[in-house]
Design a binder for this molecule. Structure first.
Ligand code: ASP
Length: 341
């Protein structure tokens, strides 16, 4: 993530603030019963990819993008299941408790590194409860509003929310979600405390934003690009140092006068601790193949992001990133003295 720890230490304003759906990916597997400790035949039953946020949101979108090419490489089927709630911690907890047999895989994002510092009774520990499989992508965020929201620019937005703090609503996907963290950064930079409206994912939050039920939010380009291009929402800025190629007219937060608001959202795949290493390797190889798939590259490009390089789609690179991010966020959140529950 691009935000400097120097900035994060300045954060003082962290506030207290399932429907299952599925996609069947490609075929080729035998489709019969599991094989216990003999992993040579893996996969010989459907693999479930758990998304800890609502269907239609950015984490869900990225998961569905890679599911089909991963299934093709593995020679099996992947079913995507949304297990929402509590900023992604409900779904992550479910995977932590699943059989470590390679048939339950979690897609999570930056929230994996923030939750231990925010939630008192998480029920899992990122480094102890999971095997890392590999990083997937790092996605810029955008600041977007309902299209008839009064402020025209990011600086107007800051002025407006300061003058109307009691009535402006800010959507997010729960405590520790990327939208929550980005919203906190915004509030800190603007020096206001707003009324936050939590959803179980930013898929439904964006629907409400388009419908005018909430005023504004931050969300990944993988969710907002379509609505920005179709002018269904008002877009103020992208939260990365560079503009996003697919949204060339959208200024960066630095260009728009709020350089403190810098965040991008890394995603990775996990399996329960104790999953056999050869299965972790097979999943990592399948992930690499999916990320090299031209269709995936093109889809990601349209949505303002890119796959990570092959060397980052590995268990070790992912673990290193997770360790570093856990440290960064523990300091920020402890300094801010915030707990979710
Ligand atoms: N974008 C969401 C977040 O705020 C998660 C999601 O719905 O995928 O973390």
């Amino acid at each position: 993530m691009t935000t400097t720890s120097r900035y994060w230490t300045a954060v003082r304003m962290i506030a207290a603030i399932g429907a299952a759906s599925l996609v069947a990916a490609c075929s080729g597997g035998a489709g019969n019963t599991g094989t216990g400790a003999d992993t040579g035949g893996y996969p010989d039953q459907n693999i479930t990819f758990v998304v800890p946020f609502s269907a239609g949101g950015p984490t869900d979108t990225v998961t569905r993008m890679i599911a089909e090419p991963m299934a093709a490489k593995l020679g099996g089927k992947i079913v995507v299941q949304n297990v929402e709630g509590a900023g992604g911690t409900v779904g992550a907890g479910e995977v932590a408790r699943a059989e470590p047999d390679g048939y339950t895989v979690l897609m999570h994002h930056i929230g994996m590194s923030t939750a231990p510092s925010l939630y008192r009774d998480l029920g899992y520990q990122p480094l102890e409860s999971f095997e890392t499989v590999g990083l997937v992508t790092e996605v810029p965020m955008t600041v977007v509003a309902r299209k008839d929201f009064e402020p025209a620019t990011l600086q107007d937005l800051v002025t407006y929310v300061k003058a109307n703090a009691g009535k402006v609503t800010l959507a997010n996907a729960g405590i520790g979600a990327a939208s929550h963290l980005c919203g906190l950064l915004f509030q800190t930079a603007a020096g206001v405390k707003l009324q936050e409206v939590p959803y179980e994912g930013t898929g439904p939050a964006l629907t409400d934003l388009v419908g005018g039920q909430v005023d504004f939010m931050c969300d990944q380009t993988t969710n907002t690009s379509g609505q920005i291009s179709a002018s269904e929402v008002k877009a103020y800025a992208v939260t990365t140092p560079e503009r996003v190629k697919s949204l060339p007219d959208l200024p960066t937060t630095t260009e728009a006068g709020l350089p403190q608001l810098q965040v991008s959202v890394w995603h990775g795949l996990y399996v329960p601790k104790g999953t056999p290493q050869d299965i972790v390797q097979k999943l990592s190889e399948a992930l690499k193949a999916a990320l090299a798939d031209q269709k995936v590259v093109d889809q990601m490009a349209k949505l303002g992001t890119t796959p990570v390089p092959a060397e980052s789609a590995t268990p070790q690179a992912h673990r290193t990133k997770l360790q570093e991010q856990l440290g960064t966020w523990a300091k920020v959140i402890t300094d801010a003295g915030v707990k979710a529950s």
